[in-house]
Design a protein around this ligand. Structure first.
Ligand code: NAG
Length: 159
């Protein structure tokens, strides 16, 4: 009886652990990704690089390498174009940000939670500078988008 109890406890921990791992593989919510691209590019999916930062999330080559050189299907991670191909593909770019946040996710604004606000800061200012103030334009678009998302969610759940 006692042993069974422990067995179930261990199983529970293992399954719980796996669940947490799977959750952490994609720490950024869809809504958060939307607000990030809104603030970065207006979610304009035209393939473009601005000062070396490409795609709707304006991903840099360094970030792409740091996130494990993800590629679009059929691409080699070692060709010259694999970075721009990935950064200009919304799914590959989003997965790149997810890996980046698995690696660098942290609480930047000291509110004791790691959430979208932190991811927005980490992406724009870098993981080692994310406690700094966000540039005004980026911050205002980003925060307005997040506020609207929360408001829409409340509206939906109350209707
Ligand atoms: C999207 O970006 C492209 C390239 O920068 C630009 O030419 C186009 O006008 C933009 N589209 C919108 C809807 O802003």
């Amino acid at each position: 009886m006692h042993n069974t109890h422990i067995l179930f406890l261990l199983l529970g921990l293992t399954i719980g652990g796996l669940y947490v791992q799977a959750e952490n593989a994609k720490p950024i919510t869809e809504q958060c990704l939307l607000c990030m691209c809104e603030a970065l590019s207006g979610c304009n999916a035209t393939a473009v690089c601005v000062n070396g930062a490409c795609g709707i999330f304006r991903i840099t080559w360094d970030q792409w390498v740091d996130s494990g050189r993800l590629t679009i299907q059929g691409d080699s991670p070692l060709t010259d174009t694999s970075f721009t191909n990935c950064a200009n593909d919304p799914y590959c770019a989003a997965d790149t940000l997810q890996s980046y946040m698995v690696k660098y996710g942290q609480d930047c604004n000291n509110d004791e939670i790691e959430d979208c606000y932190d991811y927005g800061a980490i992406h724009y200012m870098g993981p080692f500078n994310c406690k700094a103030d966000m540039p005004y334009t980026y911050e205002s678009i980003f925060k307005r988008c997040l506020r609207n998302a929360i408001r829409d969610q409340k509206r939906q759940s109350s209707s």
